[in-house]
Ligand binder design. Structure first.
Ligand code: SF4
Ligand code: SF4
Length: 202
């Protein structure tokens, strides 16, 4: 059955709706990576890619991680917010994502840096995007995850929005052309937003 619901947001870039709250939500990121303690959902293709490079990952794992590849991922599940329609969660081992080492570093990112590749080459896109996420087809704030973390944005910086904090990540996600479109939309949205604030403030 197809349900025709009205989209919640008006702007769509590269097939993804944009929740304009990302332009005004105040944020700070200065903890040691608590967000990795719950693991992440990877797309089926990302999960296959990670498994295809297991021989390079295994030597980098420390004693707090599992070298058994079968212990790295949960069972796949259907999820429309993933490109292939299937999500595969990483397992939690010793209270953290299977790929997080004892020093709080992501082994996938460590591998890419060691190979002089782009730091996010092997990293699941939802890890790159957090504290943003894609939910029901829209780029939005992952407030559910932020809320359950003890340190994440608990002391937001007045001048810094979640958008400001995630510019590099958004550029990576959208590519430069679509990111410019996002910047333009942000400027238009904020102009209207602040003129509304001024009017209401009178
Ligand atoms: S996103 Fe949040 S939990 Fe992750 S490192 Fe930044 S402040 Fe910490
Ligand atoms: S894959 Fe890496 S960045 Fe993503 S949750 Fe696991 S340790 Fe963190």
């Amino acid at each position: 059955m197809e349900i025709n619901t009205k989209p919640k947001f008006s702007k769509k870039i590269n097939g993804v709706y944009i929740d304009p709250q990302i332009f005004t939500f105040r944020f700070s990121c200065k903890c040691g990576g608590e967000c990795c303690n719950y693991g992440v959902y990877t797309d089926l293709k990302e999960h296959e890619y990670i498994l295809s490079i297991k021989d390079k990952i295994i030597p980098l794992l420390d004693e707090s991680q599992s070298k058994k590849v079968t212990e790295w991922f949960e069972e796949p599940e259907e999820d429309e917010d993933f490109e292939s329609g299937v999500a595969v969660g990483t397992e939690i081992i010793n209270g953290k994502c299977t790929f997080l080492d004892k020093n709080g570093l992501c082994t996938l990112q460590k591998l890419a840096i060691m190979e002089s590749e782009h730091k996010w080459k092997y990293k699941p896109i939802y890890c790159v995007l957090f504290p943003l996420t894609i939910f029901e087809g829209a780029l939005t704030i992952d407030d559910e995850h932020i809320d359950r973390l003890k340190t994440c944005s608990k002391d937001p910086i007045k001048e810094t929005t979640i958008y400001d904090a995630c510019k590099e990540e958004l550029l990576h996600f959208f590519g430069s052309e679509k990111f410019s479109e996002l910047e333009k939309y942000k400027d238009e949205y904020l102009k209207e937003y602040y003129s509304g604030v001024e009017k209401n403030g009178k």
